[in-house]
Write a protein that binds this ligand. Structure first.
Ligand code: UD1
Ligand code: BG6
Length: 371
């Protein structure tokens, strides 16, 4: 049921304030004045000891689910102190890469049925790793075959291009980081800021959804482009990959997410007056590096569109050069949840304006159950 919406993708983008609430329901505890704020993940409570003692955490997934894990990686590294590595399921299988008994392997999948991810799970089980699932589908193959896990509870997702599952996956992995990380005095302020940020996140997502018309206008401007680049780094490297994946999947336009730190090592050669480039430069520890990326793009007459924190247009666009997308500022590790929303909207509007099928893009399936 699409309700008042024309497409499932549109509905699923706009219901993210609600789906995020459902994801967090009963899992975030904000006690009274003397009671600590905590996270409760029922599906993992008997396994945290093992996870904390593991030699590393390996995230495994495909497509959007892989990107969600990439977005959560920095906060998991920071709070858990355990090394975190990333594997695209098919690549792990191609290499028969090392998975050990001392590893915690985390399988991220909206459908819970993706063949590549499922086969990587079988491989990790054979190798003796603790296997954790992060899935949206109760009773799915990955939910059943993992030792334990967390259901993201985002509600059924119908649009082939994943949107609300992505933001709920990130939130679950941020909660996972809080739950694994020890409640040390030194990390207390940080943990509380993240928990407060999680509580307020649905409101902030509602706020960023107000950019709908602005993103439609931007889509009109980009409708006939051959290609669109997105530059991100740190917490928002994943946002660049995911934004580009959305544009590719549904708008059938070439788009690449690029790690901004790699700009000088190749991508800079592509920069001219025509190629549109979205640079994600919201306020965090990478901000000044992104400012210098923007300067270098301007110096080469690049066609730059900057995503920045609200009120910071002047510091990212000196002299009013280029277009900006201003988004609400949240705790750095939660910023990917906010920043992806305008890109989802952009991909959606580009698709409608270009006249393509939004919910069933050419050649793609919601769940790829064959290899
Ligand atoms: C569970 C109930 C929820 C109830 C809540 C009350 C289910 C599906 N969930 O939620 O309805 O309101 O208790 O305390 O009945 N699991 C995996 N692999 C996965 C995902 C989950 O093995 O990929 C396992 C978990 O380890 C857990 C079970 O499935 O044993 C349910 O997981 P989840 O729904 O996340 O647990 P709760 O949030 O505690
Ligand atoms: C397919 C979908 O390729 O599978 C993508 O078209 C999705 O949107 C990917 O991200 C992974 O799916 P899942 O269900 O494992 O998260």
């Amino acid at each position: 049921n699409k309700g008042n919406y024309e497409h499932y993708m549109q509905k699923e983008i706009h219901e993210q304030p609600e789906s995020l609430k459902t994801t967090m329901r009963g899992r975030l505890i904000r006690g009274g004045s003397c009671k600590a704020k905590t996270v409760l993940l029922g599906g993992l409570k008997d396994h945290f000891k093992t996870i904390r003692r593991s030699r590393r955490i390996v995230f495994i997934g495909c497509g959007t689910s892989y990107n969600a894990a990439l977005a959560a990686r920095p906060i998991l590294e920071e709070l858990s102190g355990v090394p975190v590595t990333m594997e695209i399921a098919s690549d792990l299988l191609d290499r028969q890469g090392p998975i050990y008994r001392e590893d915690t392997a985390v399988f991220v999948s909206q459908s819970g049925e993706t063949a590549d991810t499922l086969q990587a799970l079988e491989y990790a089980l054979e190798n003796g790793a603790l296997c954790v699932g992060i899935t949206n589908t109760v009773g799915s193959a990955i939910a059943r075959h993992t030792h334990c896990g967390v259901h993201i509870n985002a509600g059924a997702e119908i649009g082939v291009a994943s949107t609300k599952a992505y933001t709920s996956q990130i939130v679950v992995m941020a909660m996972l980081a809080l739950a694994i990380g020890g409640d040390t005095i030194s990390s207390q302020t940080r943990r509380e800021a993240i928990i407060d940020g999680l509580f307020d996140l649905p409101n902030k997502v509602r706020e960023v959804l107000n950019l709908d018309q602005e993103m439609k206008d931007l889509a009109k401007l980009l409708i006939a482009e051959q290609s669109l680049l997105m530059f991100g780094r740190g917490y928002n490297y994943a946002t660049a990959l995911e934004g580009a994946l959305k544009v590719k999947e549904v708008a059938l336009m070439h788009s690449e997410g690029i790690l901004a730190g790699e700009m000088k090592h190749g991508p800079l050669a592509l920069v001219d007056e025509n190629l549109p480039i979205i640079v994600i430069a919201t306020r965090d520890s990478c901000f000044s590096k992104q400012q210098s990326v923007i300067q270098q793009l301007h110096a080469r007459k690049g066609r730059v569109i900057v995503m920045c924190s609200k009120g910071e247009a002047v510091s990212v666009c000196p002299g009013g050069l280029g277009r900006v997308i201003e988004v609400p500022h949240v705790e750095d590790c939660l910023q990917p949840v906010i920043n992806v929303v305008p890109l989802q909207l952009l991909a959606y509007h580009l698709t409608v304006l270009r006249g393509y099928n939004v919910d069933q893009p050419r050649n793609l399936a919601k769940s790829v159950t064959t290899q």
